[in-house]
Design a protein around this ligand. Structure first.
Ligand SMILES: CC(C)(COP(=O)(O)OP(=O)(O)OC[C@H]1O[C@@H](n2cnc3c(N)ncnc32)[C@H](O)[C@@H]1OP(=O)(O)O)[C@@H](O)C(=O)NCCC(=O)NCCS
Length: 383
């Protein structure tokens, strides 16, 4: 053992590794607070800029502060030509959007060495502004389309939607997406956030912290797979088919995608917020068929999970309605996780700022389980 009081805790479960004022999860009560606000209150009402400001300044901005804050970010929507060139080279190889985002963010700045408050502030603007442009530009390149240059008269989220489609997104779509961004912006000390904090704690720069966090989010155990949840609803197809389909899955020992959570043992509060946003979206489009089917599948799944796994309290999680909402916004499955990353970047950065203030290198211990009695054997004498 390296330290004196060490006990190996696989996955660091239950270990309190940082203090934060950014978000608070009560898994038993099914509550999530962002910057002190209940998610249900903040997410559907705030603009994303307001939430980013709240995370960075621990207070909501007034009108003047919000206007200045929004304006300070727009110049960074333009990405360097080196980044665009890189994306253009990746597109013919159909590199995944998450990998393109990881590599693209890395090229946004080359002068980000060391810790300095002014440099941190600028790096945060660079990544917040440039991330959506990388995802949207690269996606269009992969689809054989020209990238759409950013507009500075649109909000952060409005501009992201615009750069993806080249069309004015309209206020209902912007509101739906803004609610999604606000809902997933931060969620305690998850793996990618922890990664960003570890990198920041070494006094490395914020670009490096976000690149590392994207790498962590990319893994299927974290970035999640809302895609399979959507596939499941599509495969079921009609309300009448739900029970037979779900029973067959559970009989086979399969997991139902979009249900269950490590922390929440009641309904994930993010699922409610996103379900409401999705309903508004589908209602505005005049077609509630998929939404109604998803609600029916959800109800049937929860009842069956209680039957098959009694007492486990397996409830709907964030992925289920993320899939429905993003699909309703016209997003292809491959953009689900990159869009999550673009929203979560604001949370990562706020954690980086907190970690800077904490000014403490994160350096846990390990438990040595190897041997200590080996003797050196020259290469020529080895079998
Ligand atoms: C999210 C998840 C990994 C959490 O897992 P966890 O807290 O570690 O739960 P456990 O793996 O301890 O599972 C507890 C029991 O419930 C079952 N279970 C958990 N989620 C289930 C699901 N979605 N469908 C069916 N059974 C499930 C497990 O098989 C296990 O049963 P057992 O005790 O008979 O073996 C898990 O619920 C899951 O795989 N869900 C589906 C994938 C998903 O939606 N992921 C996105 C998460 S945001």
């Amino acid at each position: 053992m390296e330290g004196t009081q060490n006990r190996f805790i696989p996955g660091l479960e239950g270990v309190v590794a940082s203090q934060t004022r950014l978000s608070h999860i009560d898994g038993k009560a099914g509550e999530l607070y962002i910057g002190g606000f209940a998610l249900e209150e903040l997410a559907p009402n705030a603009t994303f800029e307001e939430v980013v400001y709240l995370l960075q300044h621990d207070t909501l901005p007034n009108a003047g502060q919000l206007e200045r804050f929004g304006r300070s970010l727009t110049p960074f929507r333009m990405i360097p030509s080196a980044t665009t060139d890189l994306l253009a080279r990746l597109a013919p190889h159909k590199v995944s959007v998450m990998d393109a985002l990881r590599m693209g963010v890395d090229t946004l700045s080359v002068s980000s060495e060391g810790a300095d408050a002014e440099r941190d502030r600028r790096d945060a603007q660079i990544v917040l502004g440039g991330g959506p442009t990388i995802v949207a530009s690269y996606w269009r390149m992969r689809e054989g389309l020209d990238p759409v240059p950013p507009r500075d008269d649109l909000s952060h989220v409005g501009n992201y939607l615009y750069m993806l489609s080249g069309e004015d997104p309209g206020s209902a779509r912007i509101r739906g997406m803004e609610t999604y961004f606000n809902t997933v912006v931060d969620h305690g000390l998850n793996a990618s956030t922890f990664t960003a904090r570890v990198i920041t704690s070494t006094q490395s720069d914020l670009i490096s912290a976000v690149v590392g966090a994207i790498g962590a989010l990319k893994g299927p155990l974290h970035g999640g797979a809302p895609g399979p949840a959507l596939d499941m609803v599509y495969e079921i197809g009609t309300p009448e088919a739900a029970e037979t389909y779900l029973r067959a899955k559970l009989d086979r020992g399969d997991r139902l995608m979009g249900f269950g959570h490590r922390v929440y043992k009641v309904r994930d509060p993010r699922a409610d917020v996103l379900s409401d946003a999705a309903e508004t979206m589908y209602r505005a489009d005049g077609d509630l068929q998929l939404y109604d089917l998803a609600r029916h599948v959800e109800k049937t799944a929860i009842a069956l999970l209680e039957e098959y796994k009694p007492g486990r309290n397996l409830q709907t999680n964030v992925e289920y309605y993320t899939a429905l909402l993003l699909h309703g916004l016209g997003f292809p499955v491959e953009l689900f996780t990159p869009t999550f990353a673009v929203a979560r970047t604001a949370g990562w950065l706020a954690h980086c700022f907190e970690q800077r203030a904490a000014a403490r290198l994160i350096r846990p211990s390990s438990e040595y389980i190897g041997v200590v009695d080996r003797r050196w054997v020259p290469l020529t004498d080895r079998n």
